[in-house]
Design a protein around this ligand. Structure first.
Ligand code: BGC
Length: 489
């Protein structure tokens, strides 16, 4: 073990840092990792943002029936109402990166909170389809903006030793949001209830705004704005147990080397190709391995597997998908900073691949038995499908779910971080959009079995790519990670 000198993020100090911090090395190793009330506030902001992301993504399927009855929507408008949150999120992610860069991480979260609230109120009060679609776009922009600003904020403020946990907390909140959406969809069944389902986000949106108002700004952003005194003040407040000076020196040195702020062009510069490819690659693999096909269409998959009544389907979707997703994310929270990102990713992708091949094979038997057999209740192949989907969700929840967001938010150097994160997040939303739109068509073209096998194959390709391309980043400061790209271009 190297001698440790605690930074704000509790990481092993570089040689230069030890020289400048002298007596600090006598501190107990865990003091800089302490989670202070201010850091809890940062975590609360992250949790609200994630929860709203999950809820707003998950709730629409239950609300659609009532919306259709109220506005007699054409099939095209049904699609628009469903998917424009994703479109708004894609644009919101790009705008969120720009805002996080220009006005700060905290204010970008504040704006996202305001958009959540406004979007929810507009949807609740919508008097026609156009207003409803406007509400969907506004809330989508809030989702996208928060998806960039909140984990970025958490990654910059969390001590390095627990950074993975902080950002995984964001993923945990997404899963809780999806689970709550399933529960709400299951319990509100009247056609008029869609206003409550969609309008409910106004309350957590407002809470997010209020909590973010009290939360501190990221010292790394303050340093980028040449506001060292403010950054030092925040650090003294957030992590009083550690010596702010040496840590700010490290951030300043990194900023000096790479410039304080950069254009979009710099994000795509050759020097940063590795972190960019890692972030984009994870963003794409997280989606093209099928998670949202299962989250969105679980109900239909279970119908094909022989769950005949709506109540049976709702129960199995809520608990086997929604509930398991929440619980299994806790595995990541426990292990991401101990076992590291790579091990979780590789183990998870292996499990996801095996589960998907199993689902594909089970569907071969289901197809052979024909629809009459499915109507008679779940067959053995149907039960195998449910078990394999549970295994898939568990494996995703401890790997590609949380690790993707963690790694995306830690690989970029400070001067391009917000834009890099925004770009990768937008790619993630774009991929989510394509997969969720394309899933049913794909099933129509090549059949259910081949579709799941294709997702399984993509898990295999993802595994190989991660094995060769994604380095371990656990326990290192953001500045140390940045140095890795220089060692091996
Ligand atoms: C993904 C979402 C997905 C969710 C499921 C997130 O990390 O970005 O697209 O729906 O995990 O838990």
């Amino acid at each position: 073990m190297p001698t440790r000198d605690q930074h704000i993020d509790g990481s092993p100090a570089s040689g230069a840092h030890v020289r400048t911090s002298g007596s600090r090395s006598a501190k107990p190793p865990s003091s800089g990792d302490a989670v202070t009330p201010w850091l809890v506030l940062v975590l609360v902001v992250t949790l609200f943002a994630g929860g709203l992301f999950g809820y707003d993504q998950g709730v629409i399927s239950g609300a659609l029936r009532g919306i259709k009855a109220t506005f007699s929507l054409s099939p095209l408008l049904v699609e628009v109402v469903t998917s424009w949150v994703t479109l708004g999120a894609l644009l919101g992610a790009l705008a969120g990166g720009e805002l996080a860069e220009r006005i700060g991480r905290k204010r970008a979260v504040l704006i996202a909170g305001a958009m959540f609230t406004l979007g929810a109120v507009v949807q609740y009060l919508a008097t026609d389809a156009a207003i409803l679609v406007a509400g969907r776009l506004i809330i989508g922009a809030g989702v996208g903006g928060a998806a960039v600003a909140a984990p970025l904020y958490a990654a910059e403020l969390a001590p390095a030793a627990v950074r993975g946990r902080f950002v995984s907390g964001y993923q945990l909140a997404i899963t809780v949001g999806i689970f709550l959406a399933y529960l709400v969809d299951g319990s509100l069944s009247s056609n008029r209830d869609w206003r409550i389902m969609l309008g409910a986000s106004a309350i957590p949106g407002l809470l997010l705004f209020v909590v973010a108002l009290a939360a501190p700004e990221s010292p790394r952003w303050l340093m980028m704005m040449r506001r060292r005194t403010d950054a030092a003040a925040v650090m003294r407040k957030v992590q009083p147990a550690i010596d702010a000076g040496p840590h700010l020196d490290t951030i300043e040195a990194a900023l000096r080397k790479d410039g304080k702020r950069a254009s979009w062009g710099e994000v795509f510069h050759r020097e940063w190709r590795r972190p960019l490819m890692i972030a984009i690659g994870l963003a794409v693999f997280q989606q093209v391995t099928g998670i949202n096909a299962i989250i969105y269409y679980a109900n239909q998959i279970f119908a094909a597997a022989g769950f005949v009544t709506e109540a049976a389907r709702m129960t199995v979707t809520t608990w086997a998908i929604g509930g398991v997703n929440v619980l299994a994310t806790l595995i990541a929270i426990a292990f991401i900073d101990r076992l590291g990102r790579r091990r979780l990713l590789l183990a998870g992708l292996l499990g996801m691949g095996i589960s998907l091949v199993t689902v594909g094979t089970a569907f071969r038997f289901i197809a052979q038995a024909g629809p009459a057999a499915a109507a008679a209740g779940p067959s053995s192949a149907g039960i195998v499908t449910v078990l394999a989907l549970i295994a898939f969700i568990i494996c995703f929840a401890f790997s590609l779910g949380p690790v993707t967001w963690t790694v995306i938010n830690e690989v970029f150097p400070a001067h391009i971080r917000s834009r890099g994160v925004a770009f990768a997040t937008a790619v993630n939303w774009g991929s989510a959009f394509l997969v969720s739109q394309g899933f049913l068509s794909l099933v129509g073209w090549i059949g259910s079995s081949s579709t799941f096998w294709l997702f399984g194959l993509l898990c295999g390709i993802g595994w190989v790519w991660i094995y060769y391309r994604v380095p371990e980043t656990k326990g290192q400061t953001l500045e140390q990670i940045q140095e890795m790209w220089k060692e091996k271009p």
